[in-house]
Write a protein that binds this ligand. Structure first.
Ligand SMILES: Cc1cc2nc3c(=O)[nH]c(=O)nc-3n(C[C@H](O)[C@H](O)[C@H](O)COP(=O)(O)O)c2cc1C
Length: 351
């Protein structure tokens, strides 16, 4: 194991495909150092079939040291494959491994992972056991409170027995998205239509006080976080709110790590990102690949839409140039200029 730090934190930022990729994670660290971060789900086959291609594996698994503590989320359905890839994940320095048992998308289900693992528990147990035998890193699972289709609707007993079986297999940390998965609906509808049944998660914690129970679904702000923690829940996972309204979480460090901490303004956070954008340019990454992950920063202030539009248009123009032709000064000028949109606000609020 190269590097692993204590990540017994009460908050995490959820894995979200196409959203919580490494540029977002770096950006989020400028807002808060406290929460555990998760990668997007990586299907095990993506690693397994590239095991001999070191450069590709590096691109898939590499992360910036500031991202610690960081967990790698895997979509797995095959204990033979996971056994090969777990040591590689460990070698890259992740602080833990999470198994996706909650994604209801048809594509994921056809690969027999995600929510399919809540039905095929025999296979999940095998995967947990094999994963545990291959690493000292903590293994957690992320799942729903149950699932529903034309043929089946699970109940609380099902959830309880699912957790018990996974615990016996060696899992002690459960991230529970407090919604059913409705198999006939697409993932987007599955994040809004099934109601949030937080009581089921509280009850699981009551029945399994020795397990780490993390609650997820619909959590918007610090007040919500504190409410869930008051039910003895160990940890709280924030998804969409962290991406679309990240500044809402700027007080996490002050609340959970360092009560004397000065709260940075949105503008200060944005400016702290500039060196990273320039550093990435040197590595061949265009700014338009990074900036969209910051677009929630000024939400819900006036001019936030205009700011986003300006950055998008300006950086798409640069996309047409070869990366070596782009000057750092050009980038800094665009970034600074974008902040003019908020100049009228500076006199009234601390932007
Ligand atoms: C665009 C998007 C992609 C997602 N991708 C994943 C994923 O890769 N793995 C996973 O376990 N959950 C994924 N989720 C689900 C979230 O992790 C989280 O469980 C869900 O959004 C509910 O939390 P929230 O209401 O706080 O957003 C995704 C959610 C969104 C919005």
């Amino acid at each position: 194991m190269k590097f692993s730090i204590n990540f017994d934190r009460k908050i995490s930022i959820a894995p979200m495909m196409n959203l919580t990729e490494r540029h977002f994670r770096y950006f989020f660290r400028l807002i808060s150092k406290y929460p555990v971060l998760y990668t997007e789900m990586i299907p095990e086959t993506t690693i397994y079939y590239n095991l001999k291609n070191k450069e590709k594996i590096r691109k898939i698994l590499e992360f910036h040291p500031v991202e610690h503590p960081i967990i790698c989320q895997i979509g797995s359905s095959d204990s033979k494959k996971i056994q090969e890839i777990i040591p590689i994940i460990e070698e890259f320095g992740y602080d833990g491994i999470n198994l996706n048992c909650g994604c209801p998308s048809e594509k994921v289900r056809s690969g027999n992972f995600g929510i399919a693992l809540m039905l095929n528990q025999k296979n999940l147990i095998k995967i947990i056991e094999v994963a545990k035998s291959k690493t000292h890193l903590p293994i957690s699972i992320k799942h729903r409170i149950g699932l529903e289709s034309k043929e089946i609707k699970t109940n609380y007993e099902y959830l309880r027995s699912f957790i018990k079986n996974c615990y016996i297999a060696g899992c002690e940390h459960f991230i529970i998205h407090a919604r059913f998965a409705i198999l006939e609906k697409d993932p987007k509808k599955n994040r809004t239509i099934p109601p949030l049944l937080y009581e089921w998660v509280y009850k699981i914690k009551e029945e399994f006080p020795f397990l780490k129970i993390e609650i997820n679904g619909g959590i918007q702000n610090l007040q919500d976080i504190k409410k869930h923690l008051s039910y003895n829940i160990d940890k709280v996972m924030i998804g969409r709110a962290a991406y679309y309204n990240p500044y809402e979480f700027v007080e996490l460090d002050k609340a959970f790590m360092d009560s004397n901490q000065k709260i940075p303004t949105r503008t200060e956070i944005f400016r702290k990102l500039f060196p990273y954008i320039l550093e990435q340019l040197e590595k061949g990454i265009y700014p338009h690949r990074i900036l969209p992950h910051t677009y929630g920063l000024f939400y819900p202030l006036p001019y936030s839409q205009k700011w986003k539009k300006f950055l998008t248009e300006e950086f798409l123009k640069l996309k047409k140039l070869k990366i070596q032709e782009i000057k750092k000064e050009q980038i800094l000028e665009i970034l600074e200029k974008s902040l003019y949109f908020f100049k009228d606000l500076y006199s009234t609020i601390n932007v």
